[in-house]
Design a protein around this ligand. Structure first.
Ligand code: ATR
Length: 274
């Protein structure tokens, strides 16, 4: 039996144990995935325990995505640039850190936009950990018209500095983003605003371009207030479900070397969310 896990705090809301275990079963894998609530002060001990117990792979979520990095032997280029790890693979006692959020988001986004994404003028709202994965994914894909707006400008400056070898982003205040909102072909919400029904009220809906693509990383609620309010103007809207499934599928592929069954994963999550 191969063991897998997710560590975070809080962790009880995580859908990953359900998703991976159901998918393992469907794939006939002799594997089990467990959620552990781990305090930051217990992180190093937990990593040591996973080494001793030969846990083959694990996901890392809030608040450990950055803190885990010093305990790993190697980082993928994207994990190093993004500055966060959400997937660890253990091979012969060596720990390798990946970030599957970035490619996970990009794959999901491409299913909405198609390859025209490259030519789009894109606005990313937020500059936290999730935003860094999204922005890295977009830059790496070749999007060059990229702006980020955030309440705290300093976080955009950090992103600009860390990604300098990959690409450039324009930094916009909320006011500036509003002024030029109608220029954007794609607007992406990476903030947590909408998890509890709130709207992105600092963005003026009336200024969104007719035929804009709207993307939100939140998938529970299925449709945020921002997406439902602006749906009538959009060519297409997308929630974060595709990204959640893709990042899990990519983690499975890093761990097992086998291809994940994405349609099965998507149906599992949809059924669970009801
Ligand atoms: P995650 O890993 O989910 O991205 P995070 O790193 O804490 O979480 O980032 C949260 C993002 O949501 C940040 O961009 C944050 O803005 P600040 O950098 O100014 O803190 C943004 N955010 C959260 N709540 C917000 C609010 N009420 N208004 C504006 N921005 C908000």
């Amino acid at each position: 039996m191969d063991n897998y896990a997710v560590i975070g705090k809080p962790i009880h809301h995580s859908m990953s144990p359900f998703l991976h275990n159901a998918h393992f079963e469907q794939q006939d894998d002799a594997a089990y995935y467990t959620a552990y609530e781990v305090d930051l002060s217990e992180l190093e001990q937990t990593v040591d325990a996973f080494k001793t117990l030969k846990v083959r792979g694990w996901n890392v979520t809030v608040p450990h995505k950055i803190a885990i990095m010093p305990f790993l032997d190697e980082l993928s280029e994207e994990a190093a640039r993004i500055g966060a790890v959400n997937t660890v693979v253990q091979v012969d006692g060596k720990l390798i850190g990946y970030n599957t959020d970035s490619r996970g988001y990009l794959n999901a986004l491409l299913s909405m936009t198609g390859q025209s994404l490259k030519e789009m003028n894109v606005l990313v709202v937020g500059a936290g950990g999730a935003s860094r994965a999204v922005v890295y994914g977009l830059m790496d894909y070749g999007v060059t018209n990229l702006s980020v707006t955030n309440r705290t400008a300093l976080k955009i400056e950090e992103m600009q500095r860390d990604f300098i070898e990959v690409g450039t982003v324009n930094s916009l205040t909320f006011a500036k983003a509003n002024e030029c909102l109608e220029q954007f072909d794609l607007v992406i919400n990476t903030t947590s605003i909408g998890l509890n029904g709130e709207d992105l009220d600092f963005l003026a809906s009336s200024k969104l371009k007719e035929g804009v693509y709207l993307s939100d990383l939140i998938y529970n609620p299925e449709i945020t207030t921002w997406l439902s309010t602006n749906k009538h103007k959009a060519r297409a809207i997308q929630n974060g479900l595709g990204m959640f499934v893709e990042q899990a599928a990519l983690a499975y592929e890093y761990w097992t070397g086998k291809r994940a069954d994405r349609p099965v994963m998507e149906n599992l999550v949809k059924r669970k969310l009801g």
